[in-house]
Design a protein around this ligand. Structure first.
Ligand SMILES: Nc1nc2c(ncn2[C@@H]2O[C@H](COP(=O)(O)OP(=O)(O)OP(=O)(O)O)[C@@H](O)[C@H]2O)c(=O)[nH]1
Ligand SMILES: [Mg+2]
Length: 185
C-alpha cells in the first residue's frame, strides 16, 4: 500500500514536470513604446470660440459637398483613437460609406482586436496606416480600388472621396503621398 502511494506520487510529479515543459507560459509581448502619461500641460491660452467658428464652417461645407462624395476616409490617430474621433462627422456623412484609417500606427500600441470589437457592431471598415509609408499608401489604394469595384451602381465619375479628421492626424501627409503615388513620383 505504501509502495503504491510512493509510486503514485512519483507519477504525479513526473506528469507535473512534463506539463511544465510542454505548456510553456506565453511570453508577454514586448512593447516598442512605453506609455508615459504627461504630468504637466502647457497653458495654450487658446480661446475656444476661435475653434468653434472655423470648425462649424468646415462642417457646413462638408455637408454641402456630401451628396457628391462616394466614400469618406476618416483619419484618427492610432495613439488616441477616442479623442481624435469627431462624432459630428457621423451626423454630416450619415448615409455615406466610410473607411476609418488609424494613422501613426508606427507610434501606437493599439491592438486590432480592440478595434474590431469597436467597429464590427457599427459595420464600419477600418485600417491601420502610416501616412508616410509608400507601402501603406499602396495598400490603401488597393482597398479603395476594391471598394470602387464593389459599389453598385458604380459611381459614374470614378470614386470621389473626402479625407476628413481632427487636426494633426495626418490628412495632408496622406493626400500628398496618394498624389505622389498617382503621379508615379
Ligand atoms: N510617425 C508618423 N507621423 C505622421 C504620420 N502621419 C502624419 N505624420 C506627421 O504628423 C504631423 C501632422 O501631419 P499632417 O499631415 O500635417 O496632419 P493634418 O491632419 O494635415 O493636420 P492639419 O492640417 O493641421 O489638420 C506631421 O509632422 C507628419 O509628418 C504617420 O502615420 N506616422
Ligand atoms: Mg493638413
Amino acid at each position: 500500500m505504501y509502495i503504491t502511494k510512493i509510486l503514485f506520487q512519483e507519477a504525479k510529479q513526473a506528469i507535473k514536470q512534463t506539463v511544465k515543459q510542454v505548456v510553456k507560459p506565453t511570453p508577454k509581448p514586448k512593447l516598442k513604446f512605453k506609455f508615459q502619461p504627461r504630468t504637466e500641460f502647457p497653458d495654450y491660452r487658446v480661446n475656444l470660440a476661435d475653434f468653434k467658428g472655423h470648425q462649424s464652417k468646415a462642417l457646413t461645407k462638408m455637408g454641402q459637398l456630401a451628396p457628391q462624395i462616394d466614400l469618406v476616409l476618416e483619419l484618427r490617430d492610432a495613439r488616441s483613437p477616442i479623442s481624435t474621433t469627431n462624432v459630428l462627422l457621423n451626423r454630416v456623412f450619415k448615409d455615406k460609406q466610410k473607411l476609418v484609417l488609424y494613422s501613426k500606427k508606427d507610434m501606437s500600441t493599439l491592438g486590432s482586436r480592440l478595434l474590431d470589437k469597436w467597429h464590427k457592431p457599427l459595420s464600419e471598415k477600418w485600417q491601420f496606416v502610416d501616412c508616410r509609408s509608400p507601402k501603406d499608401v499602396e495598400r490603401l489604394l488597393k482597398t479603395l480600388r476594391d471598394t470602387f469595384y464593389n459599389m453598385y451602381p458604380p459611381p459614374p465619375l470614378g470614386l470621389r472621396l473626402m479625407v476628413v479628421g481632427m487636426p494633426n492626424v495626418g490628412k495632408s501627409t496622406l493626400v500628398n503621398n496618394l498624389r505622389r503615388k498617382g503621379l508615379g513620383e
